[in-house]
Ligand binder design. Structure first.
Ligand code: SF4
Length: 70
């Protein structure tokens, strides 16, 4: 799964980090970054994307390029 964080939308709430701690981290600018796209289950990443208050996380199927979320 391709995971993209829109840094202009990210507010650094860390919801994503608490749901998928091995995928996301917060950098020194308090923006989420993807450290390992396969660090947690796809379910955890989808949950993180859904619970991001600003919908900053975009998920796509790596092979087909099809949008998974939002
Ligand atoms: S939950 Fe959304 S706004 Fe919060 S740190 Fe993660 S990507 Fe950024």
């Amino acid at each position: 799964m391709k995971i993209t964080v829109d840094r202009s939308k990210c507010r650094g709430h860390s919801n994503c980090l608490s749901l998928a701690p091995n995928v996301f981290d917060i950098d020194e600018q308090f923006k989420a970054v993807v450290t390992d796209p396969e660090g947690d289950s796809d379910e955890a990443v989808l949950k993180a994307a859904k619970l991001c208050p600003t919908l900053a996380i975009t998920l796509e199927d790596e092979e087909t390029g099809k949008r998974i979320f939002p």
